[in-house]
Design a protein around this ligand. Structure first.
Ligand code: ZN
Length: 200
C-alpha cells in the first residue's frame, strides 16, 4: 500500500501505533492532531519526550522511574523502612501513590512469571527483593500482585523465596475483580485492600 503521508509522518504514525491502546487507526488520528497543533501540542510533546529520555532512569533500589537514583520514595526518610510493597510494574506503584494509602517503600518486579510468554524468575527483580528484605529494618513484604493465574503464581514464588528472609509476607485483600489490575481500582478500594491484607 502506498503511504499517503511522507516518510517522516509515516514513521511517527508507526511509532505511535506501538503505544498501548493505540492501533494504526488511532495512531493516525493522534499524529494528525499533533501535526495540526504544532505549537500547542507537537513541539511541547517533543520537548517533554526528549527531556524524559535524557533525565528519567530506573531506581537501582526499587525499580521505580525517577530523575534521580535512589528515587524520591527510596530517599524519603519519612517513609516507613519496615514495609516493602511489591508491584508488577511502575503503574501499580503510581496507583498506590495516587490513593495515598501506603507509607512504606516499593519494589517493582518488572513483570510476572509466565509459562505462556516464557518469562522465568531470572527476568524479574526477585533476587534484589530478597536482598532488601533481609535487611533487619524490614519487617513485612506486601504482595500487591494481580489476582490472575500469572499474578498468583508469581506471588507464591516470591513468598517461597522470602521464606528465610525473616519477614512476614502478606497479600492485598481482594475486593477486586479477578484479573483486576491496580491501575483500574478506585482509591477507596485500593486503600481497603491494603488495610485488609492477609498472610500470603
Ligand atoms: Zn526507589
Amino acid at each position: 500500500m502506498a503511504a499517503a503521508a511522507g516518510p517522516e509522518i509515516e514513521r511517527m504514525i508507526a511509532l505511535l501505533s506501538k503505544l498501548p491502546g493505540l492501533g494504526p487507526r488511532s495512531a493516525r488520528r493522534a499524529a494528525l492532531a499533533l501535526l495540526k497543533r504544532r505549537d500547542q501540542m507537537l513541539v511541547p510533546l517533543a520537548d517533554a519526550l526528549a527531556e524524559a529520555a535524557r533525565t528519567v532512569r530506573v531506581c537501582s533500589t526499587c525499580g521505580a522511574l525517577d530523575t534521580r537514583d535512589p528515587c524520591a520514595i527510596c530517599a524519603d526518610p519519612a517513609r516507613d523502612p519496615a514495609l516493602i510493597c511489591v508491584v508488577e510494574e511502575v503503574g501499580g506503584l503510581w496507583a498506590l501513590e495516587r490513593a495515598a494509602a501506603f507509607r512504606g517503600r516499593y519494589h517493582v518486579l518488572g513483570g510476572l512469571l509466565s509459562a505462556l510468554d516464557g518469562r522465568g524468575p531470572e527476568a524479574l527483580r526477585v533476587g534484589e527483593l530478597v536482598a532488601r528484605a533481609s535487611d533487619a529494618a524490614v519487617r513485612e513484604v506486601i504482595l500487591a500482585l494481580p489476582a490472575t493465574v500469572d499474578g498468583q503464581t508469581t506471588a507464591h514464588y516470591v513468598a517461597d523465596r522470602l521464606a528465610n528472609a525473616g519477614v512476614s509476607v502478606t497479600s492485598l485483600a481482594r475486593g477486586v475483580p479477578v484479573g483486576g489490575e491496580l491501575d483500574w481500582l478506585d482509591d477507596g478500594t485500593l486503600t481497603q485492600a491494603l488495610r485488609a491484607r492477609r498472610p500470603a
